[in-house]
Design a protein around this ligand. Structure first.
Ligand code: HPA
Length: 271
């Protein structure tokens, strides 16, 4: 993997000249709007980057964008990879290894998720303070490269405490409904049954989604501080569960996205 990372970084560096990103951002489903706030200096299609997995979802445009956001140099992944698309965990998290090699000091992650907590409504935001990983394997499975990180990385505080508090303070100031909660990662691509939503709530989840946790584990492996936020796009409340379509999920994400962008962009300015 070291060789692949090196090759990819060489390619990217030659395209972006001396641009040194400080912050990496992974944008979730329907949440690409943050890039309109960026002053973009370089845009690379995933398809043209050596060793980069290509998103199989048409609604993910698959670009790596370099630019400034609120005065900070950032690199944003517009379009992420999911386990349900058929990639290995190593493929999904390869871009995070590349971002680290490009020099990022913080990672920001967004996603669309279903609410499990009856107090958290569709369209609200949730800052992730902890997670439960129900994905079938860890991205760290296999031989460990000690130069990248430890064999058994600590997970006692995967999400940066100060960034969580700052995000909640920004949300309160801006009058944005934003909670703090536990994200459960599942494989998908099917959504959950009533019994599954009930189970996920019982085991301690506030929201459920199909991403984020692999990237967070790999970032923690490399000691990168992480902030993650969910847009709650549907309500997985078993007693009153309604059918939900991808179109509705994307539409809710689109409507709630400016609130998330506001929080992320103000939060990034505090670094
Ligand atoms: N379940 C799993 N993933 C999701 C959901 C959900 O209800 N909503 C958005 N992503």
């Amino acid at each position: 993997m070291f060789q692949a990372i090196h090759e990819t970084v060489q390619y990217i560096k030659q395209k972006i000249a001396d641009f040194d990103p400080e912050i990496g951002i992974v944008l979730g489903t329907g949440l690409g709007g943050l890039v309109t706030e960026m002053t973009i200096e370089h845009s690379l299609m995933y398809a043209n980057i050596p060793n980069f997995p290509i998103s199989t979802l048409e609604f993910h445009s698959g670009k790596l964008l370099f630019g400034t956001l609120n005065g900070k140099k950032v690199v944003a992944m517009q379009g992420r990879l999911h386990y349900y698309e058929g990639y290995s965990m190593q493929q999904i998290t390869f871009p995070i290894r590349v971002l680290k090699a490009l020099g990022i000091k913080h990672l920001f992650v967004s996603n669309a998720a279903g609410s499990l907590n009856p107090e958290f409504k569709k369209g609200d935001l949730m800052v992730i303070c902890d997670h439960i990983n129900l994905l079938p394997e860890s991205p760290l499975r296999g031989r460990n490269d000690e130069d990248m990180g430890p064999r058994f990385p600590d997970m006692s505080q995967p999400y940066h405490h100060q960034l969580i508090e700052s995000a909640l303070a920004i949300a309160a100031k801006e009058d944005i409904r934003c909670h703090k909660g536990v994200y459960v990662a599942v494989t998908g691509p099917n959504l959950e049954t009533k019994a599954e939503y009930k189970y996920l709530r019982i085991i301690g989840g506030d929201a459920v989604g199909m991403s984020t946790v692999p990237e967070v584990i790999v970032a923690k492996h490399m000691s990168i501080p992480v902030f993650a936020i969910s847009v709650l796009t549907d309500e997985g409340f078993p007693e009153v569960l309604l059918p939900v379509s991808l179109e509705e999920i994307i539409e809710t994400a689109r409507i709630a996205e400016p609130k998330m962008t506001q929080i992320l962009s103000q939060l990034i300015a505090t670094l």
